[in-house]
Design a protein around this ligand. Sequence first.
Ligand code: F6R
Length: 365
Amino acid sequence: EKGGYPHFMLKEIHEQPKALVNTLSPRMVDGIPDFGIKALSDDILKSFKRIYIVACGTAMHAGMVGKAAIEHLVRIPVEVDVASEFRYRNPILSKEDDLVIIISQSGETADTLAALRLAKDQGVHTLAIVNVVGSSIAREANSVLYTWAGPEIAVASTKAYSVQVAMMYLFAIQLAHVKEMISVDQTKILCAELMEIPQLVERVLETADNCQFYASKFQNAHDIFFIGRGLDYALSLEGSLKLKEISYIHSDAHPAGELKHGTISLITEEMPVIAVATQTALMEKMVSNIKEVITRGAKVLLLCKTGQDEMDQLTDYVIELPKCNDFFTPLLAVVPLQLFAYYTAVLRGCDVDKPRNLAKSVTVE
Ligand code: F6R
């Protein structure tokens, strides 16, 4: 049942290219996204002026990539909230202007379901991005987009995250297209680039040995920090959650520019730092943040795109990603972070697929 892999988590990490193809291909018609949802006609899509994305944990991290993608292409404000905060903060919702996107692998998470009901009760259109067919969230939302990751058994979410992120990109492109924020040609180019991603993920999976080697270097750390900016910060949150969830190493993710406002006091030679730096526009700023922590003794593991000489020279520990449009790199960069967490947990003798205190589906509040 584990298909020859020692753990479900490793199997599911390797299933990502297939999960991405299964999720994206059926929604592509003549090189343009088409969701085929009656309740979400182009006219209705066009009318949204603000979007809330509500989810928990890893699904919320996928929502953070979605926010960046939608704001970049569509230029409307997007708020991302954890469901357990959203539902108790009396959110300001407008049934004329707002869309609430609910993201959930299981479709049964209690707080996420409650957030969906709250939005629906106020007459706001709810769109659910769900992996489990016929789950409560899928049944109750006004519209549903299924991710086709297949069953995810390991408690730590991997392939479900990737397909949620892919769906967010597809949605952002579709919305930008119907709102005429991008031309038909631009739409087709973005879709073609997105469709190349599964093959590139296949190549990133070849960094597994490298990730295992770095895991062996970092496995005895008490704490690990992740730093990044923009999309790389959203990824850092996911990398940090994955690591602490299964390896029990304390870790935190910080926006790299925030270090100097407090956290940098914790940087010593005892505090390894994982720097995610895939965004060309933010490269220079990241180089100086990485120098700041190296000066204070931190060992740095750097995740960047191939051919970044200035970056490569900063540290001996580097994982390189193939070239692709910066906009889509989260779909590549998450893979080494998942593999690093996986191998660290294995080396520490942890129960990778069933970490302590956690359940696959959180149906209690
Ligand atoms: C972490 C993880 C959790 C879930 C969260 C939401 O690896 O799996 O953070 O993402 O509990 O679950 P769903 O997506 O089922 O609503």
